[in-house]
Design a binder for this molecule. Sequence first.
Ligand code: SAH
Ligand code: SF4
Ligand code: F3S
Length: 467
Amino acid sequence: MTPPRKLHIKSYGCQMNVYDAQRMVDSLGGEGFVETASVDEADLVILNTCHIREKASEKVYSELGRLRVAKDEAARQGRAMKIAVAGCVAQAEGDEIIARAPTVDVVVGPQSYHHLPDLLKRAARGERAIETEFPADDKFDHLPAPKRDAIRARGISAFVTVQEGCDKFCTFCVVPYTRGSEISRPVAKIEDEVKRLVDNGVREITLIGQNVNAYHGEGLDGRSWSLGRLLYHLAEIPGVARLRYSTSHPNDVDDSLIAAHRDLSELMPFVHLPVQSGSDRILAAMNRKHTAADYQKVVDKFRTARQDIAFSSDFIVGFPGETEQDFRATLALVAQIGYAAAYSFKYSPRPGTPAADMQEMVPAAEMDERLERLQTLIDSQQSAFNRAAIGTTVDVLFERPARNPGQIVGRTAYLQPAHVMASDEIVGQVLPVRIDGLERYSLLGALAIDATASAPRLSVPSATIGA
Ligand code: SAH
Ligand code: SF4
Ligand code: F3S
């Protein structure tokens, strides 16, 4: 029997890339590969790249420089190391990668991962193989299909892709070009994957998609189902303690999604709802197709359905033409909404996007200053949100032993890490925790019940609202 070949995969970027990397590992497992944490002993290295901002895509070439050294060293030892570039940089700059980096053997775009075994065979014959086609149909079969029993759960919480691609074409964004137009996976396939993960010990499922609430997959009745309808269906699967979804567009929030938040205790009251800017002028230039007031209305709908709901968001500062007044509108929106967390980025011009041709670049120093002011405001909101948990009892899904001996770490409904002293038998359970302290972004507390005395519980319903 030939010894297994070793695969090292390094992922950058969003949750979708993390998910895709796992699918590649699972599917290449069927080709005789096992994963290794060491680049030096790998027979195949895959860089799963991100193109979203300049910094992200520049990393690829510096990483390839290091890999060339590792590949040469492997060759000296008589081993052939193959190097593949996957992900969004592969999609956007495949030909350039082949031209600029002779060390690369395979370039594969996100829609072609099911061809990876073939591409590797071509590379083994000494060819440099590149595949960056978009699928012609919307059957969502571009993800490699691991053998049924090869799907390995890697913990208590897992991502499941339900939708891919984006038709929104925000003027700053590469995603519609790297991930193609929106396609949704059929409900039956999603259900099957969720069941398998749950059978393997997963308790929390995060449905992911570049534009997840544009989901319109084929339902069990042959009709198109919305994300809300899908969530109702998945909540019925025994063993699913928590459901989440990411990332949503404010314009695609429909009544079924709001109702799902009202009705489903499994659906966590924490929504990532990027707004990018609080200035209507900039929102229009970004092609977001909503105003700050529209966004506020969407947030209000969620809050009416479920009072304890909290939000996170993404912001871009220094979009071309952004004035101090525009930026202040962003600060005002943040102050008005009140976020539990948020990510903010300096605008980065991306080749091929409409905004890259816009004049009036905001000077770098101004961008830095705005980013700092925005982050200070967001940080203060996040700290206040975390401090508000002190003295309350909250449900925590326990994930794993923490670094400190005897401590177990889990997450609250709002993804705050929470630490308690307890036996590791509580991993995988949702238990109430009395929060009595805060250390940086982590909550510290104690179990509010005797976990050993009670039967394991699937879920402790949090305050039932709007029932
Ligand atoms: N809807 C997507 C958004 C992907 S990009 C999703 O699934 O998450 C994540 C965030 O990166 C965006 O919300 C935006 O805030 C930021 N971003 C995208 N393009 C950018 C650019 N050119 N410069 C700076 N930030 C950008
Ligand atoms: Fe990019 Fe806009 Fe689509 Fe999000 S909605 S992926 S920011 S184009
Ligand atoms: Fe990056 Fe592509 Fe995700 S550009 S953020 S890896 S969709």
